[in-house]
Design a protein around this ligand. Structure first.
Ligand SMILES: Cc1cc2nc3c(=O)[nH]c(=O)nc-3n(C[C@H](O)[C@H](O)[C@H](O)COP(=O)(O)O)c2cc1C
Ligand code: SF4
Length: 644
């Protein structure tokens, strides 16, 4: 069913695979920005066979405000949308644009005008957001007109239609939610605003273009705090379906930015987590509206099952197609290789978007730079890659795909390098799907992989490579933590995770604010160790992206870990560690059985001299350049492979 066509309003879709709206290049809407990277990004997914693309949301009015989001200028946007529509239509993919207004969410200092946020009622509980200006009737009419005007602009510019963003707690969602709309006038009537927007948008675009709506299937707000819950939201959906003016309903979840962690779940969330809620929505709207189900539908098999069971009519495989834009073409046999899985890292996509950064993917470094992919090499060279972690594997794959003859040697008896640490870290082990996929690709591309092999002079002499990629990683550096009188052992993350039955009390010193330190602390606590995490940074795991840190911190607290931000280790003496809270000045002396050093490693470049003395050209990638995350390593591996 997944690859069968479907009619959406007047538009024919060639399959049921949807790329739902997702912020990727927010600056596309900035007046003066040519917009090429975003067009190339979406064009790549259309070329890969995607059935329907919904563009990232455009703000319909200047009063919708958040840092890094822009108010469009019609004359600037029209030609950009036209180029987008032409690019996607050339591949047979219809394209819609999501229309949105944040309402009382986010901050009023995002724009030079410093206007207040606009909402229905002054206090926007439960988001804890800024105070809101309660719109006058005239201002409400102005916004309805803004939705209609923007929809007309999109359709005039060649798009196939629009999607109204009534999910995630933004203005349209606020309009029918008691937690945000407590008005006593006619705009307090539950469906009044959304009905008016639907009607005006439909009138503005006419009968043919697609007009869809996105709604959360659950707002995750208890009724006593003004939530509608799944039943209340289904009543709204039934009402909208009954109006007969819409062409589809797209399901999501949540009613504030903090709920992204659930709606756009990481590896901590099971695949297809919201399919039951989507099915209940489908049951509610019946044949009146096709439903798009969303939420970690990561494999075609799961998508197929959801369609066959009637849970939905279309499936969002949004991150699945971020990770692998050729998903559909691989499924129907038009492109070679196995589908690169979305492993739920969230590090490259949503967590960068929330941070205001352009999109990429944890293990697909081509994402976000679609226009720049290196082509086939002019001449096949002999390439030796030293190191089988993310950087080395990616370098080998990229070089081999470009036509080079590649040998990869790895000292350990398995591929994956430092990323293998997540093997012991509960659901995070899904990240190793990236390594399994690369292993398959190396096999398919004919890369010779030698495990348990040390690279040395003899190997260089025997292979006589033209290029050597040194992806030799980094070695742990627990010495970054001052051991004082050495009365408490200081161990690396690797050593801590390698302990079979940890017990006693551990002080984890988090010097980097990374996911790997937090996951280690979590694993130790799960295994029974009493864990304290001290970090000089203002929050534990400061550099873990937004969606993951919410759940990481919750997990650590639930496991009983003591989290101590802005805290430094000042000394170790007679089996006791002294910490200093830098703001309060409070010092504490406590006994710990071991100290776990969450410190950056030291680049391992032992082979560099030997390569430089040989005829070969040396390239360095990943932790061997500077130890960071696997996302950095995949990226640098790809760049090294492209540079051969
Ligand atoms: C980078 C990123 C940005 C997103 N931004 C939006 C957005 O602006 N509007 C929206 O309705 N959903 C947004 N989403 C949610 C997606 O549309 C989709 O519902 C979600 O990713 C779950 O589907 P998936 O598991 O197939 O990725 C975003 C998702 C990602 C990954
Ligand atoms: S960064 Fe992670 S979650 Fe996002 S698309 Fe890539 S693999 Fe999926």
């Amino acid at each position: 069913m997944l690859l069968s066509p479907l009619r959406l309003g007047s538009v024919e879709l060639r399959n049921r695979v949807v790329s739902t709206a997702h912020g990727a290049f927010l600056d596309f809407y900035r007046p003066g920005e040519p917009g090429d990277p975003y067009i190339a990004y979406q064009e790549r997914r259309a070329r890969g066979g995607c059935g329907l693309i919904v563009l990232q949301p455009v703000h319909v009015h200047r009063s919708s405000q958040a840092g890094g989001h822009y108010v469009y200028d019609a004359d600037d946007l029209r030609p950009k949308l036209r180029r987008m529509a032409d690019a996607l239509h050339a591949h047979g993919t219809p394209v819609l644009i999501q229309l949105m207004h944040f309402g009382g969410e986010f901050r009023s200092d995002a724009r030079a005008g410093l206007e207040p946020l606009w909402g229905f009622s002054p206090a926007l509980s439960p988001t804890g957001a800024e105070a809101v200006h309660a719109m006058t009737g005239a201002e409400i009419e102005e916004l309805i007109e803004a939705f209609a005007r923007t929809a007309a602009l999109a359709v005039e510019s060649g798009l196939d239609g629009v999607e109204l963003h009534a999910a995630h707690g933004y203005l349209l969602h606020q309009s029918f939610s008691p937690w945000a709309n407590r008005r006593k006038d006619e705009w307090g009537e539950r469906h009044r605003f959304v009905d008016a927007v639907v009607e005006c948008v439909r009138t503005a675009v006419g009968d043919d273009p697609v007009v869809g709506i996105r709604m959360s299937a659950d707002d995750f707000v208890p009724s006593e705090r003004g939530g509608l819950g799944p039943e209340g939201l289904r009543e709204v959906a039934a009402h909208l379906a009954g109006g007969g003016r819409l062409d589809y309903l797209s399901q999501s979840a949540g009613s504030r930015a903090a709920h992204y962690a659930r709606a756009i779940g990481s590896y901590r969330h099971p695949p297809g987590e919201w399919l039951e809620l989507a099915a209940a929505l489908k049951l509610t709207v019946g044949e009146a509206l096709p439903v798009i189900a969303a939420g970690r539908i990561t494999t075609p098999a799961l998508a197929e099952r959801a369609l066959e069971q009637g849970a939905c009519d279309l499936v969002a495989m949004t991150r699945a197609q971020i990770a692998d834009p050729d998903l559909v073409r691989k499924l129907d046999g038009a492109a070679p290789g196995r589908i690169r899985p979305c492993v739920g890292a969230n590090q490259g996509c949503v967590d960068r978007m929330v941070g205001g950064l352009p999109i990429t993917c944890f293990h697909n470094p081509d994402v976000g730079r679609e226009g720049e992919t290196a082509g086939h090499a002019p001449a096949a060279r002999r390439v030796l890659v030293v190191g089988g972690g993310p950087a080395g594997m990616k370098a080998a794959e990229t070089a081999a795909a470009r036509g080079h003859r590649v040998t990869l040697v790895e000292r350990a008896d398995a591929l994956g390098g430092r990323l293998r640490l997540v093997e012991r870290c509960g659901p995070a082990r899904e990240l190793l799907g990236s390594i399994a996929w690369l292993e398959d690709e190396l096999r398919r591309l004919g890369v010779e992989v030698r495990l348990g092999h040390e690279a040395n002079h003899e190997l260089l002499a025997a292979l006589r490579p033209d290029t050597v990629v040194l992806a030799t990683g980094a070695r742990p550096n627990p010495d970054a933590v001052d051991p004082g009188d050495a009365s408490i052992p200081v161990v690396s993350l690797e050593a801590a995770l390698g302990t079979e039955r940890p017990g006693g009390a551990a002080l984890v010193v988090d010097l980097v604010g990374s996911e790997e330190v937090a996951l280690t602390a979590e694993r130790l606590a799960e295994a029974g160790e009493r864990v304290t995490v001290a970090t000089p940074r203002p929050v534990v795991g400061e550099h873990i992206g937004f969606t993951r840190s919410v759940e990481q911190l919750r997990r650590l607290y639930r496991l009983g870990c003591a989290l101590e931000p802005s805290t430094v280790l000042t000394g170790v003496e007679a089996g006791e560690a002294t910490t200093l809270q830098v703001h309060s000045g409070a010092r504490e002396r406590r006994r710990f059985d071991r100290i776990v050093a969450g410190s950056p490693g030291l680049p391992e470049l032992g082979m560099l001299e030997a390569v430089e003395q040989s005829e070969a050209r040396a390239l360095v990638a990943g932790d061997a350049v500077a130890p960071r995350t696997a996302l950095h390593a995949f990226r640098e591996g790809a760049d090294a492979g492209a540079a051969v």
